[in-house]
Structures are given as structure tokens and as C-alpha cells.
Design a binder for this molecule. Structure first.
Ligand code: NAG
Ligand code: NAG
Ligand code: NAG
Ligand code: NAG
Length: 288
């Protein structure tokens, strides 16, 4: 029995990968819908009217100059990976979906993206509707000097831009490696209004990240047991997965706790050498 217990500790300490925001426990990748050819991107707002036939969503097709909203009575996911609380009742047009409207006035979506709140700035969908892009070289490596982007819902060929600056980088304590990962791995859609060429740096105005985030997380969190009054510490991957990095004796910590801007929530995990909290500010909807 003792041997088995030690074995479990051993395995746990080597392979433990826990995830910040353990509430997101989706493990399946969304299946590709059969008819993905006719999928389109839409910006959506929730119907907040109270009546028996209300409660659906109003859609604006990305890239379309038609300002008439399309009404759907419900939104269904190809595979149920995103919690409804993370997209329903979000501020107007803070959610973009990739999906297909069916004959019975519902939308079946394969991807859901949510806007990273911007300080002092709300999105004006009329101005941005024709400025949406995504990254299409998800396998680009760290040596790639250009990044390839493609306009959403458009037949125009992709284009190469020199580099992308994310205006959200300025947000206090936001993990910038995570933002870069979301852009470079095609796990986001974003708006760009200025300079789309291979000579100057392109700036993202509004960035919508794919949900769930983190994308992969284990179903069961294995508790790490540290001995002799030590505690576990972690490091974080760019994808926001926590990786166990050893047991340490807790020591004194600097007294510096960030105050996150509106729309962001403080999050932390203990790091080496003293098991002091490593703080970051993450969009509050990730913990909804
Ligand atoms: C705009 O969209 C609405 C709703 O889909 C449609 O009824 C209307 O014909 C469209 N207008 C134009 C000019 O395409
Ligand atoms: C946001 O607006 C407030 C009040 O107008 C101002 O004090 C603050 O500096 C602004 N922040 C940014 C990042 O622009
Ligand atoms: C990036 O470039 C360096 C130096 O040329 C090389 O050693 C490394 O293998 C490259 N990385 C990838 C992923 O190609
Ligand atoms: C427990 O920690 C103390 C203080 O760091 C150390 O002196 C001692 O050798 C440790 N005991 C074991 C069994 O690791």
C-alpha cells in the first residue's frame, strides 16, 4: 500500500499539469461541422427583451455592409465546450461566433470568441464590421519574421504583415506571452484599421480570444503532496497551463499586489523560489 502511495506521489509530481481557472474543464476539441463551407463569422448581441418569443441573439455578419440584424432564437454549439455564461449577456457585440444559420432560425457554432475588454473604449460595430482578420499560419515558429493574416468572410487572398502589436499589451499585468500565443496560434480574431503591409508593424485594435481558454485541461486535478512543510510551485505555459515545478519551503514575499483594470480579475499561482504568488490580470469572463 505504501509503495503504491509513493508511486502516486511520484507520478503526480512529474506529470501534474493543472490549469488556472479550474472551472473550465473542457477536454474535447470541437468537431468540424459537416458543412463548414457555408460557415460564416458573426458578431452577436443577446436579446434581453422579456417576452415569450424573445431571448435569442441578434447577429451582424462580419464584412457585410448590411446593417439589418439577423435574429436567431438560439445558439447551439457543435460540441458543448463553452459555458453559456461566458457568451450570453456579454456586452453588445463583444462576442464573435463562427457558425451556420439553420432553417429553423438557430445558429450552430463551431467557435466562440470574446472581446478582451479595452480600457476606456467600447467597440463600435458599425466602424469595425469590415475590419476583422485572423492569423492563418498557426504553425509559424519563433523565427517567422512575417505573419500571415486573412480577412474574415472574404475571398481576398491572405496577406503578410511584418509583425503584430497588440494594443492590449498595455493592460496592467496581462500575460503578454499568452496574448501572442492567442494571435499566432490562430486562436483569436481581431480588428485592424491601420497599416496592413509587410513593412510596418500592424496594430490590433480589438482582439477576441477563442473560448474555452485554456483550451485543453485535465478532467481531474491531481493534488500534489509536498512533504516536510514544503508547498508546490508552478510555472505557466503561454497557453495558460500550470506546470508543477517542485516543492519549496515558503519564504518572505514582496508586498506588491496589482489592482486590475475594469473587466479584469486578479489571478495568481505560487512560484519558485519562495512560493510567492505570481500575479496576473485576466479577463473576468474567463472565471464566469
Ligand atoms: C439585409 O439583410 C436582411 C436580413 O437578412 C435582408 O432581409 C435584406 O434583404 C438585406 N438587404 C440587402 C440590401 O441585402
Ligand atoms: C481612462 O479614463 C480615465 C477617466 O477619464 C482616465 O483617468 C484614465 O487615464 C484613462 N485611462 C487610459 C488608459 O486611457
Ligand atoms: C530558429 O533559428 C535558430 C537559429 O537559426 C535555430 O537554431 C532554431 O532551430 C530555429 N527554430 C525553429 C523552430 O526553426
Ligand atoms: C526537512 O527540512 C529541514 C529544514 O529545511 C531539513 O533540515 C531537513 O533535513 C528536512 N528533512 C527531510 C526528511 O527532508
Amino acid at each position: 500500500m505504501k509503495v503504491i502511495t509513493y508511486l502516486i506521489y511520484f507520478i503526480a509530481s512529474i506529470f501534474l499539469v493543472v490549469v488556472v481557472g479550474a472551472t473550465t474543464t473542457a477536454t474535447t476539441t470541437p468537431a468540424t461541422p459537416k458543412n463548414s463551407i457555408s460557415e460564416s463569422y458573426f458578431a452577436i448581441r443577446t436579446d434581453v427583451r422579456k417576452c415569450s418569443s424573445c431571448g435569442g441573439f441578434f447577429l451582424r455578419e462580419i464584412g457585410s455592409s448590411n446593417k439589418t440584424e439577423i435574429y436567431v432564437k438560439s445558439l447551439n454549439q457543435v460540441s458543448e465546450t463553452v459555458k453559456e455564461s461566458q457568451y450570453k449577456f456579454a456586452p453588445n457585440f463583444n462576442v464573435v461566433v463562427k457558425g451556420q444559420i439553420t432553417n429553423d432560425n438557430t445558429i450552430v457554432v463551431s467557435q466562440i470568441f470574446r472581446l478582451l475588454p479595452k480600457i476606456n473604449s467600447t467597440i463600435n460595430i458599425d466602424l469595425e464590421i469590415d475590419n476583422f482578420y485572423t492569423t492563418i499560419n498557426p504553425n509559424g515558429n519563433e523565427n517567422t519574421t512575417t505573419i500571415e493574416i486573412k480577412k474574415l468572410n472574404s475571398n481576398k487572398p491572405s496577406m503578410k504583415v511584418k509583425s503584430i502589436k497588440n494594443s492590449n499589451d498595455d493592460i496592467f499585468f496581462i500575460p503578454t506571452d499568452w496574448l501572442s500565443y492567442k494571435v499566432n496560434s490562430a486562436q483569436s480574431v481581431y480588428t485592424i484599421t491601420k497599416s496592413k503591409n509587410s513593412k510596418t508593424t500592424t496594430t490590433i485594435d480589438y482582439m477576441f480570444i477563442s473560448l474555452p481558454d485554456p483550451k485543453f485541461s485535465p478532467k481531474v486535478l491531481i493534488p500534489v503532496i509536498c512533504k516536510n512543510e514544503t508547498v508546490p510551485t508552478y510555472t505557466s505555459s503561454a497557453a495558460r497551463c500550470l506546470i508543477f515545478s517542485g516543492c519549496v519551503h515558503p519564504g518572505p514575499c514582496p508586498f506588491m499586489i496589482p489592482v486590475c483594470p475594469d473587466g479584469y480579475t486578479k489571478s495568481s499561482y505560487p512560484i519558485k523560489p519562495n512560493a510567492c504568488p505570481h500575479y496576473s490580470c485576466l479577463p473576468s469572463f474567463l472565471s464566469q
